[in-house]
Design a protein around this ligand. Structure first.
Ligand code: GDD
Ligand code: MG
Length: 345
């Protein structure tokens, strides 16, 4: 089985993190994000993943170099072709039926039941659905009792009554006949131009899936994903090597005896935490980070090689690789720092 993973978006809502690293391979709890997607697909029988990339495609390739598991094929778009155009660009690489999905979804939903529902319905496309409290920033899906989608409405007007809690989870099973609806070489949106046509002709099915689902595409949701992985709310490899106190500590991290680590947290390889510092809860220090004497970091994700000066405080923030927090600075909640940025609080 093959899967096309859409990974060519610019990740504008995660800027400045995505100015230098594509959203799909941002470091999340010690791994490039897509590694979780690839594991999830592999658990459901996928043996080849086509990564549809464009923006910062080289960064995608280098982040996934040496990855094990399904075969990876990098398909680089000449220009952004939109969600359907990008899938259409892969038409010569996939078989009669294949998965296609958004590359920014952290999930353990049951993809095998999506395949079964697709086969049973005979539809040309089947969408995985997920209920959310506020569906307004997603694609809304309305369906009959037999699962046939009657209407697909991408991102309703703000303030309008959504009328359903079921959204497009960005996970599809597609038959190759869907390529007939995608004009080659020009931008096409699957949500705005393909699904409405399939719904109108009665050949689009929706299946509500059970489990964990989160689009990581905003800073708040990225931190939510961090915490959910650390605390085992989503099924990932990380859950296997947590300690009783929920601290995932790399063997070669150097932690002062007088530092305090509060789980759930992850301390990556080569990290140095000096005396009297406090790290956690809900915190990830990627490889090579340095936390100075008496500093405090909580509810935050620090990408590789960040440094936090002595006595500084970082809370509820995401710092790109190599960011430097000055001694005694107070980094405000919700800060999203660029690569190498200096924060004086
Ligand atoms: N290759 C390629 N080319 N990929 C693209 C392009 C493109 O031109 N445009 C977007 N993508 C990728 C993004 O990288 C991302 O992984 C995925 O397509 C979805 O784009 P987003 O920009 O994250 O869309 P969204 O989150 O606002 O909405 C989509 O996802 C929701 C679920 O998370 C829609 O599919 C909604 O209907 C859906 O509910
Ligand atoms: Mg998204």
């Amino acid at each position: 089985m093959q899967a096309v993973v859409l990974a060519g978006g610019e990740g504008t809502r995660l800027r400045p993190l995505t100015e230098t690293v594509p959203k799909t391979v941002l470091p999340l709890c010690g791994r490039p994000f897509t590694a979780y997607t690839i594991d999830w697909l592999e658990r459901h029988g996928v043996d080849e993943v086509v990564l549809s990339c464009g923006y910062l495609a080289d960064g995608m390739k280098s982040a996934l170099e040496g990855a094990t598991g399904p075969r990876l094929v990098f398909e680089v778009e000449p220009e952004p072709l939109g969600t359907a155009g990008a899938i259409g660009h892969c038409r010569d690489l996939v078989g009669d039926t294949f998965f296609a999905m958004n590359g920014d979804v952290l999930s353990d939903l049951d993809l095998t039941s999506l395949v079964e529902a697709h086969r049973a319905s005979g539809a040309r496309a089947t969408i995985g659905l997920y209920p959310v409290d506020d569906p307004t920033s997603y694609g809304l899906v309305f369906r009959d009792s037999d699962g046939k989608v009657s209407e697909f409405r991408e991102k309703p007007e703000p303030g309008s009554d959504p009328g359903t809690d079921e959204i497009n989870a960005g996970i599809y099973l597609l038959d190759a006949s869907v390529f007939d609806l995608i004009q080659p070489g020009k931008p096409v949106s699957i949500e705005r131009e393909v699904f409405p046509v399939l719904a109108a002709e009665g050949s689009l099915t929706g299946v509500r899936l059970e489990g964990y689902w989160l689009d990581i595409g905003t800073p708040d949701r990225f931190l939510q994903a961090t915490e959910d992985i650390l605390s085992g709310r989503v099924r990932t490899v990380l859950g296997r090597d947590g300690t009783a106190d929920g601290v995932h500590l790399s063997e070669d991290a150097v932690v002062s005896e007088s530092a305090t680590l509060i789980g759930p947290s992850l301390i990556g390889p080569g990290v140095v935490i000096e005396s009297g510092a406090t790290v956690g809860p809900g915190t990830v220090l990627e490889s090579g980070c340095r936390i100075g004497e008496g500093a405090s970091v909580s509810g935050s994700a620090l990408f590789p090689d960040c440094s936090v000066g002595e006595g500084a405080t970082v809370a509820g923030s995401i710092l790109s690789a190599g960011a430097q927090v000055d001694p005694r600075a107070e980094v405000p909640d919700g800060t999203v720092a660029a690569e190498g940025e200096r924060l004086s609080g």
